[in-house]
Design a protein around this ligand. Structure first.
Ligand code: HEC
Length: 274
């Protein structure tokens, strides 16, 4: 008796209990409720069981294979260590894409919601003049004059006693302020009493010209204007958006504006350059 190790004794006791029908006590896994009872019974035997020669037991298969399995190959380490770098570059690459979505045309599509009530969702006209199918391009062959008109509205032209807005040689006749059922185009620019910032006005004017009126940005006629004012890369839009410039100082900041004849935008009603 003295030579039999404690853990073997314990094992035989457990086996006896199992055979005598006390299955729950012998194998705790079969019943959660029985587990505490087993633990309590096992406690006195534990101090002796602890020093049992563990090393003699062979590792279970899954541990043995984990120990012998090859770790991450050295060549893969190089690749894996570059992963954070890759993630960083990936995020960087995403940035310009976000800016494209924020260009003048994208902003303008949203702003046009405040014009659609009078001009129609497709610019087909209503309380306000027809804009679509090239109509507004006949009035404003130059974007500068359209920016100016949308900013200040018809009443400013009346007040400044400027008889026509836009192209005086307009196909189908020049447009005089209040010549459309006598209704005014409300001023939109903030310093004139309207609600729109200058970059929002540029955005909506780009949207009206290139989406609603149908100017083709790729055509010879419009390419230059589009690139300068309405493309996602437009420096003028970026400068207006950041507050680096305003309609009144545009020609000073942007020598790219055609000097002859002068076509400044401005926040006061101006005669069109035609
Ligand atoms: C309350 C109605 C109303 C709203 C809102 C309105 N407009 Fe007008 N718009 C008019 C009227 C009326 C005219 C004609 C003005 C005149 O005859 O003096 C006009 C004229 C225009 C013209 C000149 C068209 C031409 O060929 O003569 C443009 C461009 C224009 N609006 C753009 C806009 C834009 C862009 C917005 C939104 C930011 C807008 N309008 C919001 C009523 C409106």
């Amino acid at each position: 008796m003295t030579e039999i190790p404690e853990h073997l004794l314990k094992r035989s006791q457990a086996r006896k209990q199992e055979l005598s029908g006390d299955a729950a006590a012998a194998s705790p896994a079969t019943s959660g409720a029985a587990a505490p009872a087993v633990a309590a019974r096992a406690v006195p035997a534990q101090p002796a069981a602890a020093p049992a020669p563990k090393a003699a037991l062979p590792d279970p298969a899954y541990i043995a294979s984990a120990k012998t399995r090859k770790k991450i190959p050295f060549w893969a380490m190089a690749t894996l260590s570059l992963l954070p770098m890759w993630a960083f570059l990936y995020l960087l690459a995403l940035q310009p894409k976000d800016e494209v979505v924020e260009g003048p045309m994208a902003i303008g599509a949203g702003v046009f919601g405040s014009c659609a009530g009078c001009h129609g969702a497709a610019g087909q006209g209503g309380a306000g003049r027809v804009l679509h199918e090239g109509e507004v391009l006949k009035t404003f062959p130059h974007i500068e004059d359209m920016l100016n008109f949308v900013y200040v509205g018809s009443q400013s032209f009346v007040a400044a006693e400027i008889p026509v807005y836009g192209n005086p040689d307009r196909e189908g006749g020049a447009h005089a302020p209040l010549s459309y059922n006598g209704n005014p185009m409300p001023m939109q620019g903030q310093s004139a009493g309207g609600a729109l910032t200058e970059y929002e006005i540029l955005g909506v004017v780009c949207h009206v010209r290139y989406e609603i009126a149908g100017a083709d940005p790729a055509s010879e006629q419009w390419l230059e204007e589009y690139e300068r004012w309405c493309s996602p890369e437009s420096e003028i839009f970026a400068a207006l958006e950041s507050g680096a410039t305003s309609f009144d100082s545009l020609d000073a900041d942007f020598s790219m504006l055609m000097p002859e004849p002068p076509r400044a935008v401005g926040t006061k009603a101006r005669p069109s350059a035609g």
